[in-house]
Design a protein around this ligand. Structure first.
Ligand SMILES: NC(=O)c1ccc[n+]([C@@H]2O[C@H](COP(=O)([O-])OP(=O)(O)OC[C@H]3O[C@@H](n4cnc5c(N)ncnc54)[C@H](OP(=O)(O)O)[C@@H]3O)[C@@H](O)[C@H]2O)c1
Length: 259
């Protein structure tokens, strides 16, 4: 099959939640897709659905982004097929609740690998093609946590998402002269398997369910933000209010509130 495409999006963490919603939103717009995650069966099911409903070309690539060699293997596999990527969505992620010392090192290592090293490496691999074609977009799925004061419990998650947000803002400056757009999306609580996978957190239990975002709304807001070339997208009014509160509140008040 000829895989050359005028417009293709690569989405990490596409087997569930926000990543799956991104795939649906891009496919709806007639954009071809590369789906990346570990659970191949889920990706195959989604690919079949998207081909059927929207007539787009979908490539499934199962890989573990906690392994440092995965981004390069993915890039080479696509290169060998002559596939170019116009939109990169760094979305794969998971929460790690608990104090740093109470969680086994391997989980922290995976967290750093999937949510910091992999997005940076994928950007390093795919951005040169975008620069050459003077066309492309990168969406980094950070979190509202990135703009809140860090706190004990889930200790690593806040700093990791802050890193991704800062990286996104820096890449935006670097790629701007080349016609490549970069946006970070900072969702608040969103109805996905995320909290389940994280084993539930105190904050997620306390936050009223009616105020949670839908993954489709998060993906749609992020796509619109990158199209409008906005640096940061905070989907949902409640999350925007929370972000403004923590921006304006004195440090001590912010730390107390988040605690
Ligand atoms: N839901 C929320 O409340 C919320 C809020 C703020 C930010 N976020 C962020 O949004 C992003 C998506 O989360 P979600 O809510 O959609 O969670 P989700 O439903 O649990 O989906 C997570 C996705 O990441 C993939 N993934 C996890 N570890 C991976 C690995 N080692 N290699 C490759 N893929 C991996 C999973 O696929 P496989 O398991 O098949 O590999 C899955 O597709 C994350 O970065 C998360 O931090 C979520």
């Amino acid at each position: 099959m000829n895989r050359s495409s005028s417009n293709r999006a690569l989405i990490t963490g596409a087997s569930a939640g926000i990543g799956k919603a991104f795939a649906e939103m891009f496919a709806k717009r007639g954009i071809d897709i590369v789906l990346v995650a570990r659970r191949r069966e889920r990706l195959e099911d989604l690919a079949a659905e998207l081909r059927d409903r929207h007539g787009v070309d979908v490539i499934v690539w199962d890989g573990d982004l906690a392994k440092s060699e995965t981004p390069e293997l993915l890039f080479k596999a696509l290169q060998d097929e002559g596939v170019t990527v116009d939109v990169l969505v760094n979305n794969a992620g998971f929460g790690v609740p608990g104090d740093l010392v109470d969680v086994e090192w391997n989980r922290h290592r995976n967290c750093l690998e999937v949510m910091t090293a992999a997005p940076v490496r994928l950007t390093h691999l795919f951005a040169p093609g975008m620069i050459e074609r003077r066309k492309g977009s990168i969406i980094n799925v950070a979190s509202l946590s990135a703009v809140l004061p860090p706190h004990a419990g889930g200790t690593l998650y806040y700093p990791v998402k802050s890193f991704l947000l800062q990286f996104s803002l820096a890449m935006r400056e670097e790629l701007r002269p080349h016609g490549v757009k970069v946006s970070a999306v900072c969702p608040g609580f969103t109805e996905t398997d995320f909290q389940l996978a994280a084993g539930g957190t105190v904050e997620s239990v306390a936050f009223p369910k009616a105020l949670w975002s839908k993954p489709e709304d998060v993906a749609e807001a992020a796509i619109q933000a990158v199209r409008a070339n906005k640096p940061i997208c905070i989907p949902g009014l409640v999350n925007k209010v929370i972000a403004v509160f923590f921006k304006l509140a004195p440090d001590a008040v912010g730390r107390w509130a988040v605690r």
